[in-house]
Design a protein around this ligand. Structure first.
Ligand code: ATP
Length: 368
């Protein structure tokens, strides 16, 4: 009987609970033992039954409609070091786990891929130092790893949507609707900062969904002069047509083309100084992560959870670790290592001011 473990790692995202539920129940339905690793990689490094727990069917009852992640998530510095990963390998073997499914962002999945590639040498070291027996050494030759992408940022290349992104988008839109009402009452301008790290997806989609006046995202940087003039022209035009509200959405990673960050304060200053608008700044913060997942994320998390278990049970030492994606409404498997590499090259291209390359890389949806 195989044992499949799941963990959530990195920033929490709505939909992680339905993903864990689907993984636990699919594993059990397929005759496997199901485990959860508590507190992300921290739980692997600590080990023992307190952190690597066997779960039953009932343990995940009702999790489809619960926000956050009930098995905890953490940022774990120790796992970035080989010594931490060595402990992680020992603890997985002690718990009798054959396959690990990680639900997290690009950092977590980079860690997962590194763990798998290092596995043979970790195993050898554990045997050489008599931490594991020869039987264990033979039994755990190969660690099956699979990634499901849990992140509100929707910043992973090769998948159309990450688990949590649409829930976060929904929360942002609701918040902007509330702001719109108060802005209208006082004829005010609001600068709304939204999450997304290096990715402008949340800001862009929220801007479209709420018909914001102007959107600043990292993927379309211009000079300070250009965006300021363009924003002022557009807002002035809208105001001259009788619009009483102004909403400008700023992605947290928004930058000018010289890579200087554009903060909500900068936008506030321009709207106040140049247009003399009564302007307020709202940083939405963690409400963007909170609450239950929207139906789309629950469905995505559930379908991807089922596929993740299928993938680890079908995987062999020769197949690359898969990442479970969604492309054109179909649940697909991509190479985890290629997806992570592509995602990282987008960030690197932005930092090298090669915006054209960054955009073309982000558009590369399919990795063979
Ligand atoms: P989010 O997109 O929500 O921030 P993330 O998964 O990208 O999620 P990170 O903080 O980058 O979040 O990574 C989560 C954890 O994954 C880290 O605390 C660390 O334990 C592990 N990790 C990240 N990068 C690596 C790496 N290069 N090597 C080993 N482990 C890593």
């Amino acid at each position: 009987q195989k044992a499949v473990a799941v963990m959530t790692s990195g920033g929490d995202a709505p939909g992680m609970n339905p993903n864990v539920r689907a993984i636990v129940r699919t594993a059990i339905a397929k005759g496997c033992r199901a485990y959860v690793v508590m507190e992300g990689y921290e739980g692997l490094v600590r080990g023992g039954p307190e952190y690597i727990k066997q779960f039953s069917w009932e343990d995940v009852r009702g999790w489809s409609s619960e926000g956050g992640t009930n098995i905890g998530t953490a940022r774990c510095m120790e796992f970035r070091e080989r010594a931490g990963r060595l402990l992680g390998a020992l603890h997985l073997i002690e718990a009798g786990v054959d396959a690990l499914i990680v639900c997290g962002g690009d950092g977590s999945l980079t860690g997962a891929d590194l763990f798998r590639s290092e596995w043979p040498s970790l195993l050898q070291e554990l045997k050489d130092t008599s931490k594991i027996s020869s039987e264990q050494f033979t039994r755990y030759q190969h660690l099956n790893i699979c990634g499901t992408v849990g992140s509100i940022d929707n910043d992973m290349s090769t998948t159309d949507a990450t688990i949590g992104a649409y829930s976060s988008l929904d929360r942002i839109c609701r918040a902007i609707d509330y702001i719109e009402a108060t802005a209208n009452s006082h004829s005010r301008a609001f600068v709304v900062e939204v999450m997304g790290r290096n990715c402008g997806w949340l800001a862009l989609m929220a801007g479209i969904a709420t018909s914001a006046d102007y959107i600043l995202i990292p993927e379309k940087p211009s000079s300070s002069r250009e965006w300021q003039d363009q924003m002022c022209d557009i807002v002035t035009k809208h105001r001259s047509r009788g619009k009483r509200t102004t909403i400008v959405i700023v992605a947290e990673g928004a930058i000018a083309n010289d890579l200087t960050p554009i903060s909500p304060k900068d936008v506030h200053k321009v709207l106040c100084d140049r247009l003399k608008l009564d302007t307020r700044v709202t940083t939405l913060g963690h409400v963007q992560r909170g609450g239950t997942a929207v139906a789309f994320d629950r469905i995505l998390a559930t379908l991807q959870g089922v596929e993740a278990v299928n993938a680890v049970l079908e995987s062999s030492p020769d197949t690359p670790s898969p990442l479970i994606a969604i492309n054109e409404n179909k649940i697909t498997r991509k190479s985890l290592v290629d997806s992570v590499r592509l995602t990282k090259s987008v960030a690197e291209a932005i930092h090298a001011k090669d915006f054209k390359k960054a955009m073309s890389l982000r558009d590369t949806e399919f990795v063979e």
